[in-house]
Design a protein around this ligand. Structure first.
Ligand code: FES
Length: 122
């Protein structure tokens, strides 16, 4: 059951925080597709804190139940519109399946921050 994770590509993608107005404060997020990474599907980059290297986390939008694209974060969660699974979007529960039929967390991608650049490893 469930959707297979996207293959690891080994690519690193860098975002400049100064250019990302939606990521200036905790709780902000962007939804973006990066070339062929994540199987060509979008990811959500979420700012989960304002304290340093662990400020940003990245998860796939592909629901692990049947592959629908989850909604953008709201109230610290993301919700899948197809059958209602919810997933965490905060530091302590990021991408975790909180409710609904999804069998596993959303796929995540290691994300680092050096104070100005956000680097996502696919
Ligand atoms: S595809 Fe997301 S809950 Fe079914």
């Amino acid at each position: 059951m469930g959707v297979n994770p996207s293959p690891v590509t080994g690519q690193k993608v860098t975002l400049t925080l100064a250019n990302e107005s939606a990521l200036q404060s905790a709780g902000g997020s962007i939804r973006r597709t990066f070339d062929g990474n994540n199987g060509g599907n979008a990811v959500l980059v979420v700012r989960v804190s304002e304290s340093g290297a662990a400020d940003f986390k990245t998860m796939s939008v592909v629901c692990t139940h049947a592959g629908c694209a989850v909604n953008n974060p709201a109230g610290g969660q993301v919700r899948c519109p197809c059958h209602g699974s919810t997933f965490g979007a905060q530091a302590g529960n990021f991408a975790a399946n909180l409710s609904g039929p999804a069998p596993s967390p959303l796929q995540t991608f290691p994300t680092t921050f050096d104070g100005s650049l956000i680097t996502i490893s696919f």
